[in-house]
Every structure is written in structure tokens, then in C-alpha cells.
Design a protein around this ligand. Structure first.
Ligand code: ATP
Ligand code: ZN
Length: 346
């Protein structure tokens, strides 16, 4: 058996018994010199049987397959999260499928726009992708959890001095966007008719070039809009990176892998939100300190060599620490130390 994937017109050998082909493509495996016609929409992983006349879809039998963005704003944080939950990968360079060394997982590195469809079609059981992309694709997938990074919003923005005060003022206008589906839906819901001009990059320049009257684009800080003389009028969608799961049937052993995977991500997210706190205090101040930090339900209290002094150890939400630091000092706490937590199972 020969195993290949199709990259453009090139058939490239990747690993045993697995091939990568495109909808409507006719491929020839060099080893078997046999032609296979791929007839499923989208890209699929196929097993290319050298003896069979047709090809069979491979639902990779062992590894859990996770789609992540190959190179872009989400890639670094996604890979950091995977590494922080203990997954080890070999080099990602020039690879599409990257096996994990110590977990039954393989990563499929692709453009973010393709991730919702891959997950929807069950090529990958899981995917890390922006909510904006899943929503624009109207992909039938389940969002398992927000990941707290890649935060942005899809917003309608207009020229600062264009006299547009509300969305209604854009009736009959041309809106440049890379998100035509979400944009049209949003205006339609409000009974405002617009023309969308689909642009794939540098949308913010469209009004200056008189290609459009306004734009609907992804905004995070708003700096790009400002530079281009635009102001936000309305938010269409708040977004962050999400972990999505296929709605297709998942093999029982993969379900188990997903549960463990989710548990690890949950532990990591919990740890990121928390800090380990240590402080010294007079033993009489323990009650007051516990009142200041309600999450200190049952702190570890250790006697110190100094009479009537104790060390208090516990875990607190990070944001809470800065709110109560002064109160802790007033209550008698000293030598306060805050430490990051690697992982936290509650
Ligand atoms: P690809 O080459 O994979 O198609 P892309 O250019 O479409 O990448 P990126 O610019 O890498 O996408 O953004 C990926 C995701 O990061 C966006 O879909 C969005 O969810 C999120 N994001 C966060 N902040 C921003 C921002 N300021 N601009 C664009 N996307 C942002
Ligand atoms: Zn993209």
C-alpha cells in the first residue's frame, strides 16, 4: 500500500496507508500507478488501496486528530497551550500532520478558514479556531470551551467624518468585509439592506479607495481603524479562540482521549486564573485574613519559629490578589509571596 497526500497537483508521500486528496481530484499513486477518483466534498484523508479500484475514507483508527492554525495569530498560543498540558511534538516545520510523542494525538496544521469544515466533516475530531471563523462558516460543530486568547470582535466601522450615526444610516451602502455571511445576517436582522463587497485582506483601506462606504472587520485594539480614519459603529460578534468538536460520531476510545484532554485543558485554565499565595501573619490575624480573601476557605496554617506568628498558604484568583493586597497588609500580613501555578485539578 502506498500513502500520499495531494499538495496542489503534487502527490507527496506522508505516512503508511494514508493519503490526502481533494474533492473531484483524480490522483495517481506513483507506487501503485493506479488512479483514484475522490468524490467527497472538501479535503479528506483517504486510504489508498493499491489493489482496490476505489479509495476508502480513513477515519484514523488510533490517534485523536486536532486541527490547528498553521501559521497565524492563533498558532503560537495554541501550541503553547498544548505544550503546557504536557503534549510533546516533533518539529512542526513544513509538516501538515504532526504526531504527538507522548499522547495519542496528531495535529493537522492548516489555514484557520478550513478548520471548522474539517471538524464538521469529522476529518478532525477537535479544532482550535476563532469563533468568528466557525460562525462565518456556519459550521455544524460543538463549541467545547473558550480558550481566553485570540480575543477580538467583528465590528462595523465607518469613516469618522462620514456622518454615519447608526446602522440605519448605512441603508443602501456598500460594506467591504471578509465576513459576508455574518455581516449580511446582522444587517438583515435589522431590516437594513446593504451590498457586501468581499475583500480578503486590508479591508480597512476600502473606504479611502472608495471601494466601499463602510467596513465590517475584525478589531482587537482598534488601532488599525484609527490609523485609517474609521470609527466603530456596532459590534456584530465578540470572538475568542475556541476548542470545537465534531458532531459526527466519535469512536469510544477517542471520546475517552477527549475527556482526558479536556480535563488537562481545564486544569491549565484554572491554574492560569489562580496564584499560589504565601504570607506570614500574627496567629490572631488568621480569621481576618480569611475574611478578606473568601476563597481562603481552609488555608494551610503553619507555625513559625517566631512566637505567635504563622505562615498562611493558599490559592487565590489572580485578579483578587491585587484588590486585597493593601487590606492584607493592614490586617498584619507580611512577606507576601505570589507564585504562578503550573496546573490545578480541583
Ligand atoms: P490563515 O492564513 O490561517 O487563513 P488569517 O490571516 O485568516 O490566517 P489571522 O490574522 O492569523 O488569520 O487571525 C486568526 C484569528 O485570530 C482570527 O480569525 C481571529 O479569530 C483572531 N484575531 C485576534 N485578533 C485579531 C486581529 N486583530 N485581527 C485579526 N484576527 C484576530
Ligand atoms: Zn484565515
Amino acid at each position: 500500500m502506498a500513502c500520499y497526500f495531494l499538495s496542489g497537483d503534487k502527490l507527496v508521500k506522508i505516512r503508511k496507508n494514508v493519503g490526502f486528496c481533494k474533492y473531484g481530484t483524480t490522483t495517481k499513486t506513483p507506487a501503485a500507478t493506479k488512479t483514484y477518483i475522490i468524490n467527497r466534498p472538501s479535503f479528506y484523508l483517504w486510504q489508498l488501496h493499491s489493489k482496490a479500484n476505489n479509495s476508502t475514507l480513513v477515519q484514523n483508527e488510533s490517534s485523536l486528530r486536532i486541527a490547528i492554525q498553521k501559521g497565524g495569530r492563533l498558532s503560537e498560543k495554541t501550541l503553547a497551550l498544548l505544550e503546557n498540558i504536557g503534549l510533546e511534538f516533533d518539529s512542526y516545520k513544513n509538516r501538515i500532520l504532526v504526531p504527538c510523542r507522548n499522547y495519542d494525538v496528531e495535529l493537522l496544521l492548516i489555514r484557520d478558514d478550513d478548520i471548522p469544515e474539517y471538524v464538521q466533516d469529522g476529518i478532525c475530531e477537535l479544532g482550535f479556531v476563532g469563533r468568528n471563523v466557525t460562525a462565518e462558516n456556519k459550521a455544524a460543530v460543538t463549541s467545547l470551551r473558550g480558550l481566553g486568547f485570540g480575543k477580538c470582535r467583528l465590528s462595523v466601522a465607518v469613516p469618522k467624518n462620514g456622518g454615519y450615526k447608526s446602522l440605519k444610516d448605512l441603508e443602501g451602502c456598500r460594506i467591504a468585509t471578509s465576513y459576508p455571511v455574518l455581516t449580511r445576517d446582522h444587517f438583515e436582522k435589522q431590516g437594513i439592506s446593504i451590498d457586501t463587497i468581499e475583500i480578503s485582506g486590508a479591508v480597512e483601506i476600502a473606504p479611502t479607495l472608495n471601494v466601499a462606504d463602510a467596513i465590517s472587520d475584525i478589531v482587537s485594539t482598534g488601532g488599525t481603524l484609527k490609523t485609517n480614519g474609521l470609527v466603530e459603529l456596532e459590534t456584530i460578534l465578540e470572538s475568542e479562540a475556541e476548542l470545537i468538536q465534531t458532531n459526527r460520531a466519535i469512536a469510544p476510545h477517542k471520546k475517552e482521549l477527549i475527556q482526558k484532554f479536556l480535563m488537562r485543558i481545564g486544569a491549565r485554565q484554572q491554574a492560569e486564573k489562580s496564584r499560589y499565595i504565601m504570607m506570614n501573619a500574627p496567629s490572631g490575624a488568621v480569621g481576618e485574613i480569611c475574611r478578606i480573601i473568601p476563597s481562603l476557605k481552609s488555608p494551610t496554617v503553619l507555625p513559625l519559629a517566631e512566637n505567635d506568628m504563622v505562615a498562611i498558604h493558599s490559592v487565590i484568583p489572580t485578579h483578587r490578589f491585587w484588590e486585597v493586597m493593601e487590606d492584607l497588609k493592614t490586617a498584619g500580613a507580611s512577606g507576601i509571596v505570589i507564585l504562578p501555578i503550573e496546573n490545578m485539578i480541583v
